[in-house]
Design a binder for this molecule. Structure first.
Ligand code: NDP
Length: 255
């Protein structure tokens, strides 16, 4: 076992939803480990800004703007990366949204928006990239699940359903694609201070509840997800398949 096993030099990584938050941090971590990265999101300006911030940190990134809920745009975007930038060795299915409301008030439109973004996208991007990986008989797919893959909380039932499905889709990808040389795993973040959680961060009651609820006693920093992602993207994880690695400051240990 050598530390070299964690080296991602020469690999190309596509991270969906990486203009900010967790996706941006994972792109930075993979880049620092040696990978070339491709940033994705829907907003070209935000992506250019993220690309410039990565360059400031010594990480070279390309940009591929497409909407992960649009399967035709996904297919086109993935094929363009493969043709013009290179073979995708690592895919991080990170793009996701949160929409809060008591379940009795949840609109059908919001349900579909959330499911398309959090779940359908993992199938769309995963399948489009996996077809290329299967032809090469190698590749790493890392799906961003959640603490909420395991436990529900008031007013986010559809999010909980979507992330539970991401966990099981990770297992299904493993059963179908491990035989072709792919490793498919997931990361389950706990509570991280990102724009997705802005309203909660600014809510003193929630902030106090979270610090009491989390054995580590604090929010996670997005940099603290990089190690798990580098590990799962690397040869150090060559026989790890179909797993969810929870990075949650110990919350699940208390359930
Ligand atoms: P943010 O809201 O901070 O970032 C979400 C990113 O996804 C943005 O770059 C956004 O860019 C992009 N995005 C959203 N919709 C689409 C779309 N349809 N197509 C392409 N890109 C899209 O969220 P986080 O960083 O907090 O969350 C990232 C992932 O981590 C999500 O899957 C989330 O569920 C998961 N997670 C987060 C936790 C947390 O505590 N923050 C905990 C557990 C899991 P743009 O809007 O410009 O397209």
């Amino acid at each position: 076992m050598s530390i070299q096993l964690f080296d991602l030099t020469g690999r190309l990584a596509l991270v969906t939803g990486s203009s900010q938050g967790i996706g941006y941090s994972l792109a930075l971590g993979l880049g620092k480990a040696g990978a070339r990265v491709v940033l994705n999101g829907r907003d070209a300006e935000k992506l250019a800004d993220a690309q410039a911030r990565l360059a400031d940190q010594g990480v070279a990134a390309e940009v591929a703007a497409f909407d992960v809920t649009d399967h035709i745009a996904v297919q086109r975007g993935v094929d363009e990366i493969e043709a013009n930038t290179g073979a995708i060795d690592i895919l991080v299915n990170n793009a996701g949204i949160q929409r809060r409301a008591p379940l009795e008030d949840y609109s059908v439109e919001t349900w579909h928006e959330l499911m398309r973004t959090n779940l359908d996208s993992v199938f769309y991007v995963g399948q489009a990239v996996a077809r290329h990986m299967i032809a090469r008989k190698r590749g790493k797919i890392i799906n961003i699940a959640s603490l909420q893959s395991e436990a529900a909380r008031y007013s986010i039932a559809p999010y909980t359903a979507s992330k539970g499905a991401v966990k099981n889709l990770t297992k299904g990808m493993c059963t179908d694609w491990a035989r072709h040389g792919l490793q498919i795993n997931a990361i389950g973040p706990g509570y991280f201070a990102t724009p997705l959680n802005q309203a909660l961060i600014e809510n003193p009651e929630f902030d106090a509840w979270l610090k009491n609820r989390t054995p580590a006693g604090r929010w996670g920093n997005v940099e603290e997800l990089q190690g798990a992602c580098i590990f799962l993207a690397s040869e150090a994880a060559s026989f790890v398949n179909g797993q969810v690695l929870y990075v949650d400051g110990g919350v699940l240990a208390t359930l």
